[in-house]
Design a protein around this ligand. Structure first.
Ligand code: PEP
Ligand code: MN
Length: 350
């Protein structure tokens, strides 16, 4: 159920509707937009009789939602969500670049890479402190010791810190020292982790699961939003297919597909999407041309010595060249309005 308020509805009318929704035992999610506020309702197991809301002051219409998602949709919020991370943003006119090593290895490595990331004009530094690895015998990340280095990078370079929470307790530390909580592909359906991130005040970067359909991925985002955290960034990182020429198959069609359904920003990770350095730049170009709001790129000062994902790490000069190229593409795409074309929007699902 979705309650659309009149453009003229006042703050106190919106508050009054929220109170009624809560009084009948549901959760209200008011989403202010450029022209009107809509209030999503969750917490109901069956259909709700919407007529009780229709006559409340300021209500324009009550819409029954038949799709499985309620909060990620353009019906609730026709304007794109812009995620604000301090003075940096993801989802507005600027292309967001999140770059850094696969994992934080030591201070010298992190600082050398952060210098390159800062030089590129990117605002976000990525790097795993906890490293989910396929094999238990490979480098698992520095763990809590890595935070000392991360905090120093944040302080020294003014970059926003994006790192993965592999378990719920990690969210506490990211809240203390970091800026964006990453949920990795392997944890896309770790529902208790999603709910914990949903109770955080920090934005959440949600990677697509390795075999997740679009609907499963969007429902994972719903888990976070249903807890009250609306600052979710979706990240396409490829899915497992029969292809052997690439680590994953980067599904760039998900970018326009999400645009058609959701107001959430979507970024592309061609590093994990391909697993091979020579493919990263071409796929980064394509991701931006497809309308992505940003990119996640792995870069290393000495890729050949990287303790994880060595084959996909760009050198600093390859990375700087990539950023220059994708900025030019983004300029072209956004000046033509291709990326956010209204014609791509689906008719409202009622
Ligand atoms: C990562 O970004 O560090 C990572 C492990 O990626 P993914 O979860 O997409 O495999
Ligand atoms: Mn990696």
């Amino acid at each position: 159920m979705l309650i659309v308020m009149k453009p003229s509805a006042t703050g106190s009318e919106i508050d009054a509707v929220v109170k009624v929704v809560e009084a009948v035992g549901f959760r209200a999610h008011p989403m202010p937009g450029a022209t009107r506020t809509a209030i999503g309702i969750t917490g109901n197991e069956g259909p709700i009789d919407g007529r009780r809301f229709e006559n409340l002051a300021g209500v324009a219409e009550v819409i029954r939602v038949t799709k499985p998602y309620k909060l990620i949709t353009l019906d609730l919020r026709p304007d794109k969500t812009v995620v604000r991370v301090g003075d940096a943003t993801i989802g507005d006119s600027e292309l967001a670049i999140i770059a850094g090593p696969c994992a934080i290895e030591n201070r010298e490595q992190a600082f050398a890479i952060a210098k390159t990331v800062q030089k590129s004009g990117a605002r976000f530094f990525r790097g795993c402190v906890w490293k989910p690895r396929t094999s238990p015998y490979t480098f698992q990340g520095l763990g809590e010791k890595g935070w000392e280095i991360m905090s120093a990078v944040r302080e020294e370079f003014g970059l926003k810190i994006v790192t993965e929470a592999v378990e719920e307790s990690h969210v506490d530390l990211i809240e203390k020292h970091g800026d964006v909580i990453q949920i990795g592909a392997r944890n896309m359906q770790n529902f208790s982790l999603l709910k914990r991130a949903g109770r955080s005040r920090l934005p959440v970067l949600l990677k697509r699961g390795m075999a997740a359909t679009l609907e499963e991925w969007l429902l994972a985002a719903e888990y976070i939003m249903a807890e009250g955290n609306y600052n979710v960034i979706l990240c396409e990182r490829g899915v497992r297919t029969f292809a052997q020429h690439t680590r994953n198959t980067l599904d760039l069609a998900s970018v326009p597909a999400i645009r058609r359904i959701s107001h959430l920003p979507v970024i592309v990770d061609p590093s994990h999407g391909t697993g091979t350095a020579y493919m990263v730049t071409p796929l980064a170009r394509a991701g931006v041309a497809a309308g992505a709001d940003g990119l996640m790129i792995e870069v290393h000062n000495q890729p050949e010595l990287a303790l994880s994902d060595s084959a996909q790490a760009l050198t600093p000069s390859q990375y700087l060249q990539l950023v220059a190229e994708v900025r030019a593409i983004h300029e072209l795409v956004s000046s033509n309005g291709i990326a956010v074309s209204e014609s791509q929007h689906a008719p409202a699902d009622r």
